[in-house]
Design a binder for this molecule. Structure first.
Ligand code: ADP
Length: 494
């Protein structure tokens, strides 16, 4: 079943904003939880300390009574003016401590040794625990938990048990602070979600602008592939700005490639039109009159064969051209000794054209290896030497081959002293199907593809080819190729 699952479009900005909000919220929650816990624990510790200090203070004062506690003998502690001053020693006992303590959120209960309540400023919990161990614990209060401190009271002098003390803290201020803090945290969390979500959204709006531009451009191009649109370049220095530039470069390259392809098709059909027309002309003529006329028959067959040979050459050269564009992929790690190939081509041409004077200026002191497939170097040299022969004048039939070495390069020159090329044509001779004099070149069997094949081959091996020429004086083609890094590697066998 080939069922296409339709996915709902969710903008990257929304996802980014959502992600930022959730991320910030998680971080914020962790931080707030840590702060909240430490703050509330601290608050709780303070409340405990308050109860502890209160108990110490009161037990110390009650201990000064030095006899079992009764309602009567403790009354002066509630109000010092209540009784004589003989039991009050020291400045701190001059104050009504118990009353002061019970003013706030502490309630105090004092019991005699039998567990009878003799002083009470209130109650949060009912059942007191009478124990000789001092303790502070959390107990269930009427509305919420309360803190209960209990301690035995000993006579200061005799160290005898004279009563019990129970101090309760209703934790009201602790609870108030706890709830206020909780509210602040929840509000802050909401603020963080909204703020980080908005920040994420606007940040992504700004940062993803180039992506939006690319998206719009692709959409426009897919609607109309012939449209010459490019992504607007943003003035930034990040990956997306780089992507925009790369994307535009890619569109330019594609455009160039499409233009080249259509140009190539039109060039080829144009090149084929002439031989096809000539062949058709001769065949028409044969059909009408030539069948019985041996001379017409012979001429037409000869002319047709010449044109067919030309077409064959043209097809071969076009194939060479398209292969020359692939050398970088198909002919890696090929090594050739330049000296050998140049000497071989030189000797072949000397033999083929004895009427020409060939000279080889070889400045290389040792064999030099370059990364090029041997047949390709030979093909380029043959194209240049063929041209040199073709476009030499009868005044000076002389061709020089020059071999020299640069820093990391080797240079091969092919020089003739023929008709030369004008400066405006020098720029164009490497273009496909370009011929300075179309009719003359055609007569010499040229299709205007030789130099473009040579250029593509040499550039495919990271070299360069250039031309110096002047009309009437001749031309010098110069090839520069990088010397191979590792000449020890296997050399292409002939
Ligand atoms: P062709 O097959 O026509 O020679 P090329 O690509 O080899 O095609 O050369 C392109 C054109 O450059 C030629 O038609 C010719 O006009 C010019 N040309 C090439 N080499 C030379 C040269 N050595 N001297 C003068 N003109 C040349």
């Amino acid at each position: 079943m080939d069922e296409k699952v339709e996915r709902r479009f969710v903008s990257l900005k929304i996802k980014w904003a959502f992600g930022t909000a959730v991320g910030s919220l998680i971080i914020f929650m962790v931080v707030v939880f840590a702060l909240f816990t430490s703050f509330t624990q601290n608050l709780f510790r303070q409340e405990r300390q308050l109860i502890n200090e209160g108990m110490t203070n009161i037990t110390r004062q009650l201990g000064t009574i030095n006899q079992p506690l009764t309602r009567k003998n403790i009354s002066h502690l509630i109000d010092p003016s209540n009784d004589g001053t003989q039991l009050i020693s020291g400045e701190e006992y001059q104050r009504p401590v118990v009353k002061e303590l019970s003013d706030g959120h502490l309630v105090v209960n004092v019991y005699n040794p039998d567990g009878k309540n003799i002083l009470s400023t209130g109650h949060y919990i009912k059942a007191p625990r009478f124990s000789t161990a001092r303790s502070i614990r959390v107990a269930e209060g009427p509305d919420h938990d309360v803190l209960v401190g209990q301690a035995p009271v000993y006579a200061q002098k005799s160290r005898q048990l004279i009563g019990y003390l129970q101090v309760e803290n209703n934790l009201n201020s602790y609870n108030r602070s706890y709830h206020q803090l909780w509210l602040v945290c929840v509000l802050a969390m909401c603020l963080v979600i909204i703020a980080s979500g908005l920040l994420g959204y606007f940040l992504s709006l700004f940062l993803l602008q180039p992506l939006d531009n690319i998206h719009d451009t692709v959409k426009e191009i897919s609607k109309d592939p012939t449209k010459d649109v490019r992504v607007p370049v943003v003035n930034r220095n990040d990956e997306l700005a780089e992507l925009t530039t790369m994307f535009n470069d890619m569109l330019d390259r594609m455009q160039r490639y499409i233009d080249q392809q259509s140009q190539f098709v039109s060039d080829v059909s144009h090149e084929l039109r002439t031989p096809v027309a000539i062949i058709q002309g001769h065949l028409d003529m044969l059909q009408r009159w030539g069948k019985d006329d041996p001379k017409v028959l012979d001429d037409s067959i000869k002319a047709t064969l010449i044109e067919i040979k030309r077409m064959k050459n043209l097809v071969q050269e076009m194939l060479d051209l398209s292969r020359a564009e692939q050398v970088e992929i198909n002919f890696r790690n090929q090594h050739t000794v330049v000296n050998d190939v140049v000497h071989q081509v030189f000797n072949n041409f000397k033999m083929l054209y004895p009427e020409f004077t060939f000279r080889l200026d070889d400045d290389l002191k040792e064999p030099i290896t370059v990364d090029i497939y041997r047949d390709h170097l030979e093909q380029v040299l043959v194209i240049l030497c063929d041209n040199a022969v073709k476009y030499s004048t009868e005044d000076r039939q002389e061709i020089h081959l020059i071999l020299s070495r640069g820093m990391n390069t080797v240079e091969i020159g092919v020089q003739d002293f023929g008709e030369g090329i004008s400066p405006e044509n020098v720029k164009r001779v490497f273009d496909r199907f370009y011929r300075v004099d179309k009719a003359r070149s055609r007569k010499k069997g040229g299709n205007g593809l030789g130099l473009s094949i040579a250029k593509r081959l040499i550039e495919g091996y990271h070299g360069s080819i250039s031309l110096e020429s002047s009309v009437g004086a001749g031309s010098l083609f110069r090839i520069v190729l990088p010397i191979a890094d590792d000449p020890e590697e296997k050399i292409t066998a002939k």
